[in-house]
Ligand binder design. Structure first.
Ligand SMILES: Nc1ncnc2c1ncn2[C@@H]1O[C@H](COP(=O)(O)OP(=O)(O)OP(=O)(O)O)[C@@H](O)[C@H]1O
Length: 262
């Protein structure tokens, strides 16, 4: 069976002030794939996602979503996309219900339907009692649950997740991981960016490692292990990004804390 291409990046290059943050990225993601998109701080992960979402403009190369060049797509493609940003602009003065109705409205869902769906989804996360409470009173994990709901309320075909489990307790993490696996089984495509290596290792069908604006590894966890002769994804990450100084850095840091010179 032919796999459907959902995301295709061809020679994607983005620069800021003459510096290439992304340098000729080529990547094709297929329907039903969970792609773990990892890399060191500043590697360009969020930039890639924001370019695909049309939140950043001006780039070289091509971005294709659902088989169409992003440049030629009208805004309706956004209805097929869900997004959990790393730093969410959650409107603290709104209640969860108001916020979710607002987001659902952007995707063309009527208020009544949005409220019912929001309440039902919040119930599954055990936060239905705060449906009408202001987001400013929510804990970090509760806000994160609202964000996850807001990314899925319109049943999108592609999900872009940036540290989606941030602040969630172990039980809630297990629920969300299971939700992602079920969505992928139904053919949804998930682009999952995170620094929590053991979770990326477990949930991803495919892992893409970005370093210095280029893809330095792309494959299943088993394939990456085979090629790099390393144990965990964290080991592979450290190896491929050329990072071996953690002990020296930690030791210098502690010495400075204790008033010593290094
Ligand atoms: N508006 C901007 N102007 C200049 N440089 C920028 C801008 N936005 C991002 N950058 C730079 O682009 C690089 C990539 O940033 P990006 O946020 O994509 O990294 P990331 O891989 O998501 O990092 P993290 O893991 O820390 O979230 C960084 O060096 C950052 O400083």
């Amino acid at each position: 069976m032919e796999r459907k291409e959902v995301i295709k990046l061809a020679g994607l290059t983005k620069s800021y002030g003459g510096e290439n943050v992304l340098d000729e990225i080529n990547l094709t993601v297929y329907e039903g794939q969970i792609v773990g998109y990892i890399g060191p701080n500043g590697a360009g992960k969020s930039t890639t996602v924001k370019l695909m979402l049309g939140l950043i403009e001006e780039y070289y190369g091509e971005i294709h979503l659902f088989g169409e060049n992003l440049q030629k797509l009208d805004h309706s493609y956004k209805r097929r996309i869900g997004y959990v940003p790393e730093n969410a602009e959650i409107y603290d003065s709104l209640t969860a219900a108001e916020y979710l109705i607002f987001i659902a409205g952007l995707y063309g869902i009527e208020e009544e339907e949005a409220l019912e769906k929001a309440g039902n989804l919040m119930e599954q996360f055990n936060i239905e009692h705060v449906l009408h409470a202001r987001l400013s009173s929510f804990s970090k994990g509760m806000k994160q649950k609202v964000l996850i709901i807001s990314s899925l309320i319109h049943n999108p075909d592609v999900l872009f997740l940036d540290e989606p489990l941030s602040g969630l307790d172990a039980n809630s993490m297990m629920v969300v991981k299971e939700i992602l696996a079920l969505l992928a089984e139904q053919g949804k495509t998930i682009f999952y960016s995170s620094h929590i290596m053991d979770i990326v290792e477990k949930i991803s069908h495919r892992i893409v490692l970005l370093s210095g604006g280029s893809i330095v590894a792309d494959g299943t966890f088993e394939e990456l292990k085979e090629k790099n002769k390393q144990g965990t994804l964290e080991d592979i990450f450290n190896d491929l990004t050329g990072f071996h100084q953690h002990k020296d850095i930690a030791s210098a840091f502690v010495k400075i804390v204790q008033g010593e010179t290094v």
